[in-house]
Design a binder for this molecule. Structure first.
Ligand code: ATP
Length: 206
């Protein structure tokens, strides 16, 4: 039986931008992913500040971006929607839920280098590496090679579950985009057109 290769791509996506789409496309083609689940996160445990846009707006922008990418492997998921009790969304819980839903799938997680290199601060790192294989993607200003992995103190078995993809060079961040949008710059080329239009129509990031 051929196992489905399903990747979780979680993020604040506040807003989703060209870097996110480039990361997902590169990972999908390099690792023959059948499905990439773009999952906006309700509350990111390691980010002190709340997102600027609501979950509903971030989910809708993610839908628009995924539709504009026209990649048949891309899908949107609300698996990481805000918890009714306001608790943070822990990736280990999300992965455990996905593993229960799709027991026959091989699970992956997609992450940028900056985010993965903080793995020691995440809840249950060993379980995170047991539940999924990790595809870690390069990001400008975040070097990504063996020396950067050293502080994670991975066992040899854990190391085999981490794949480095160093071909993405997208100098764009949501923080910088929010700053520019607030200053009235529509950020041409950095956001999918439909997302830029949604931001304008809903007066986001003013
Ligand atoms: P912020 O600047 O507000 O922290 P962000 O641009 O990093 O936001 P997130 O939604 O926090 O966006 O990122 C989701 C995931 O995408 C993370 O794993 C992050 O490392 C990765 N990512 C975001 N931007 C890039 C980029 N330009 N290149 C590679 N990976 C990226």
């Amino acid at each position: 039986m051929v196992r489905m290769r399903v990747a979780l791509f979680g993020g604040t996506f506040d807003p989703i931008h060209r870097g996110h789409l480039a990361l997902a496309s590169a990972a999908a083609s390099a690792f023959a992913l059948d499905r990439v689940l773009f999952a906006p996160v309700g509350r990111q445990p390691l980010k002190a500040e709340s997102p600027a846009a609501t979950f509903a707006d971030r989910l809708e922008m993610t839908r628009l971006a995924v539709a504009s990418a026209a990649d048949p492997s891309f899908a949107v998921s609300s698996v990481d929607a805000p918890r009714p009790d306001g608790a943070p969304n822990y990736t280990v819980d999300t992965l455990a839920a996905l593993a229960r839903e799709a027991p026959a799938a091989t699970l992956f997680v997609l992450t940028g280098a900056d985010s993965f290199l903080t793995l020691r601060n995440w809840r249950s790192p060993a379980q995170l590496l047991a539940l999924a294989e990790w595809i870690v993607v390069s990001r400008p200003e975040f070097p990504l090679s063996e020396p950067q992995l050293a502080p994670l103190a991975l066992t040899p078995a854990q190391r085999t579950r981490i794949h480095l993809l160093t071909t993405v060079h997208e100098d764009v961040s949501a923080t910088e985009l929010r700053r520019r949008l607030r200053a009235g710059d529509p950020c041409p080329g950095l956001l999918p057109l439909a997302v830029a239009a949604y931001i304008q129509a809903h007066h986001l990031y003013r």
